[in-house]
Design a protein around this ligand. Structure first.
Ligand SMILES: [Fe+2]
Length: 626
């Protein structure tokens, strides 16, 4: 009897512990934890269970698989059933501005094991980095599965001391982030925990503690100046350069770029490097470098995403960052969120063909917003979350995901870029939002809209700023592929988010109109809305007589008071969409399903745009905005 009650108490404590771990945020509805401690959703009269799957690959299955060896490095992955092929070669740092591996040979991976023969294969006339003299070098390697799909692009350093030893290696980066007129934050990841330093202009900036993920703030620099920098990690170093921004309001000519949607395409090879189109993305990065873009804004759908676990989405982010590393060490690539940056809980009942997804929780440690912030170094704004909005079900606790690093703004000289997130607290299964609650694809929620209004008004009063660009993944006016959603939903205003089982007050088109009113009518410095989601390039002229409503639209209408542009560029590598008929089709031009990089030329009060195909380098479109 005594034993039984101990077991019962034990089970009770355990179930409370598990329940405490799986606390359901008050913003969701119809979810519960069943007696087996599974997260469950009530749909009609069914209870359906959340799907849990083990990750297929983990970043550490590759980054941490390396061991010392006599003839080279040994690959011994924790993923014992990994079978495939590995290509490898040396990376000639210092030989080019953008160092990349020169793949030289391939080896089979069986049962998670392989080995790279450096001593025989990469010596003599193939030793283009002179490791035989220096005793060290860095290898690039690429793992393909048995179907020939690229699953990982990795790097690993080695040193030779009678045998080949795994060396301290920069796995991704360095990246230039949050560039200002007096400094920047440089981030990178190493394969071992270490205190690293960055030397700029004779000064040393270093990590506070040993870490894998380095984020080092560089301060006290002169504006509009090129600085060489050296990253020192252990006995190793790499050298690059960056240019500080001019002082705000200098009004010197400069160029920046815009694109989105480089998630994986079809066609095999580098068009899908486990989540992103590495082929087009690399071409965009190379073109950006050639055109000396001061920064590249990239608003969403950088990966395939929609992952059920953190390890899977992390693999995709890591591969993306590896592709941009040789370029983003010189100038910032600033990433915003789209719908594909989704880490989700999916409730499923395959027999009834039910797949119902919501933003994963706990929000603080497992949401799409959390993993995005963990992967990128973006400014923190004053906007915290949707907590405290009218629909907040619990005023005492924070029940929403964070806006940290996914909604923010930054400036460069006389330009401001405001980055929004219309996939915050995103529930992908639109039909089931009334059941689960969650935000609608394309909807800017109340607190975010209020923050936008406040931010634009602040920029309107800033004498250094002449041009404000606002960017959000989903177009206010979709034209091909997403007319049925984005900020239009085929003209049906009934679509809206639900919070704690209740619909919010404003429907999607009412919210779009409030957004447009702030963007166009209440502010004068705003030039263009930069969007993506639709995998095409297109420009839309919005002017007072542009038709923006469906026929017989029953609600209040707004009048646009001036000319404004929506520039859509979701043509960075995801599969294309064709053009569809909309009320505003007559105001649309330049529609193209070619891959595109939009380049803005800022010269004082003037704003011009040229759109270039990064694959063929042909001119796709051009426009004078101001
Ligand atoms: Fe999208």
């Amino acid at each position: 009897m005594y034993k039984l009650s101990v077991i019962t108490v034990g089970i009770l404590i355990l179930s409370q512990f598990v329940s405490a771990q799986l606390k359901i945020p008050a913003v969701y509805s119809n979810m519960s934890i069943n007696s087996d401690n599974e997260l469950s959703l009530k749909v009609d009269s069914f209870q359906i269970i959340v799907k849990t799957i083990d990750p297929v690959y983990r970043v550490d299955d590759f980054d941490q698989a390396w061991e010392d060896g006599d003839k080279g490095l040994v690959f011994n992955s924790a993923k014992k059933n990994l079978t495939g092929i590995m290509y490898f070669g040396l990376i000639p740092y210092g030989d080019s501005k953008h160092p990349q591996p020169v793949f030289r040979r391939s080896v089979q991976i069986r049962n998670g094991k392989s080995a790279i023969d450096i001593a025989d294969v990469l010596r003599g006339r193939y030793d283009m980095v002179a490791w035989e003299k220096s005793g060290k070098a860095v290898l690039g390697y690429r793992v393909l599965n048995t179907r020939g799909t690229i699953i990982y692009n990795g790097v690993i350093g080695f040193k030779y001391e009678d045998k080949f030893l795994v060396d301290l290696t920069i796995l991704e980066g360095p990246f230039i982030n949050m560039l200002t007129s007096s400094g920047t934050t440089i981030s990178f990841r190493t394969n071992k925990k270490v205190v690293s330093s960055i030397f700029v202009d004779g000064k040393e900036f270093k990590d506070v503690t040993e870490t894998f993920d380095h984020e080092i703030q560089i301060i006290g620099l002169q504006p509009d100046t090129k600085y060489d920098y050296r990253v020192e990690y252990g006995e190793n170093s790499q050298e690059y350069s960056f240019e500080t921004a001019p002082n705000g309001g200098s009004r010197k000519p400069f160029v920046f770029g815009y694109a989105s949607d480089c998630r994986g395409g079809v066609g095999g090879g580098e068009r899908n490097i486990n989540g992103h189109n590495g082929y087009i993305l690399k071409k965009i990065m190379a073109l950006s470098s050639m055109k000396s873009l001061k920064f590249l804004q990239f608003t969403g759908d950088i990966i395939g995403g929609y992952s059920l676990n953190e390890e899977d989405i992390q693999m995709q982010y890591t591969n993306f960052k590896r592709t941009i590393s040789p370029f983003a060490c010189y100038a910032p690539l600033v990433v915003g969120m789209g719908n594909h940056e989704a880490l989700i809980n999916t409730f499923t009942e395959p027999k009834k063909d039910l797949w119902i997804s919501v933003d994963k929780f706990p929000f603080e440690t497992e949401s799409s917003e959390y993993i995005f912030a963990k992967n990128f170094v973006n400014p923190h704004s004053s906007l915290e979350s949707e907590d405290g909005a009218k629909y907040d079900p619990d005023k005492k606790n924070v029940d929403f995901p964070s806006y940290k690093e996914n909604v923010f703004y930054y400036t460069y000289d006389n330009v401001a870029m405001v980055v929004l997130n219309s996939n915050y607290f995103y529930a992908p299964s639109t039909r089931y939002i009334p059941v689960t609650s969650g935000n609608l694809h394309g909807y800017i929620m109340d607190n975010q809209l209020a923050w936008l209004e406040k931010t634009l008004s602040k920029l309107e009063d800033d004498e250094h700023i002449d041009h404000v660009f606002v960017t959000v993944h989903t177009p206010a006016f979709p034209n091909g592929g997403h007319v049925k959603d984005d900020m239009y939903y085929g003209g049906n205003n009934n679509y809206r988010p639900y919070v704690a089982g209740k619909p919010v007050k404003k429907g999607i088109i009412e919210r779009r109109d409030e957004f447009l009113n702030i963007l166009i009518n209440k502010n004068k410095k705003t030039v263009a809305l930069l969007t993506g989601d639709e995998h095409n390039y297109a420009k839309l002229k919005l002017e007072p007589d542009t038709e923006i409503y469906p026929e017989n639209y029953p609600n209040k209408k707004i009048k646009l008071k001036r000319t404004f542009w929506q520039i859509n560029n979701g043509a960075a590598g995801a599969p294309y969409y064709a053009q569809e008929k909309t009320p505003w089709s007559d105001w649309l031009s330049g529609f193209s399903t070619q891959n595109a990089l939009v380049i803005f030329y800022i010269d004082g009060k003037s704003v011009k745009m040229r759109v270039v195909n990064p694959d063929t380098l042909e001119l796709v479109d051009e426009l004078i905005l101001r």
